[in-house]
Ligand binder design. Structure first.
Ligand code: COA
Length: 206
């Protein structure tokens, strides 16, 4: 049991876990920080001008998006039940209000705001979450930052009382595969998305 769940003395509803995570800044010994992307836990989109510019740059770069879900930034259209590409401001506003995810900016001590990390699909039934990391500034890929951020997300999940972490990187995303395998262990399955891209499923008890 983590310190947080011990203090509360019972399993927390998803909203409390997400509320706890959303408020926290995590700092690694390297100086890399995960800083909450949104200003408060009630969904305020705040002044996100700089962030919108960065996300727009990253999401218009095919080298970055080829490893993400096709069409990112995506939102579920509740009428058609299909994922649809939306603008960055609309996407940010929507994800800021989600009750089952926490989002952080990846802040590097020298390079500044270089990417986005999140714990998504937080599910109280099995206390699971899905991790996601995007280092949008591709010149910093392969420097070990993804590895550090992955470990920071695991620490964040454990501290909040979550018990399981999943990830599903595309088979051709070598860096992500190495990173996820080193941290979540061997793949537990695989699949193919609607566009025919193969992905692997990973799941680890925390
Ligand atoms: C995937 C991503 C988060 C990885 O972060 P990173 O900082 O580039 O990766 P790291 O330098 O920490 O390396 C991760 C692993 O890949 C290995 N690696 C690094 N560069 C590599 C390369 N050119 N070829 C193969 N493996 C490589 C590292 O040795 C490391 O393995 P280890 O964890 O077993 O030591 C980052 O590249 C990224 O954001 N890419 C674009 C978006 C994306 O793909 N997100 C993930 C979607 S699932």
């Amino acid at each position: 049991m983590s310190r947080y769940t011990e203090k509360i003395g019972r399993l927390l509803p998803a909203e409390k876990i997400v509320g706890f995570l959303k408020k926290r800044t995590f700092t690694d010994d390297s100086g890399i920080q995960l800083v909450p992307l949104f200003l408060d836990e009630n969904g305020s989109d705040g002044e996100l001008e700089e962030e919108i510019k960065s996300f727009a740059k990253w999401f218009s770069d095919g080298e970055v998006t080829k490893y993400l879900l096709p069409g990112t930034p995506l939102l579920l259209n509740t009428d058609t039940q299909k994922l649809e590409t939306v603008s960055v401001p609309v996407w940010l506003k929507n994800i800021s209000k989600r009750k089952t995810a926490a989002h952080w900016k990846i802040m590097h001590p020298q390079y500044g705001f270089i990417g986005h990390a999140s714990l998504n699909a937080i599910d109280i039934k099995d206390m699971s979450c899905e991790r996601a990391i995007t280092i949008g500034e591709k010149k910093y890929w392969g420097e070990g930052i993804g590895k550090i951020v992955g470990l920071m997300l695991m620490k964040a999940a454990r501290e909040s009382g979550l018990k399981k972490m999943t990830s599903s990187p595309y088979a051709e995303n070598t860096r992500s595969l190495f990173n996820v395998e080193a941290q979540l262990g061997e793949s537990v399955g695989e699949g193919v998305d609607e566009e025919g891209n193969k992905y692997f499923l990973f799941s680890k008890d925390l």
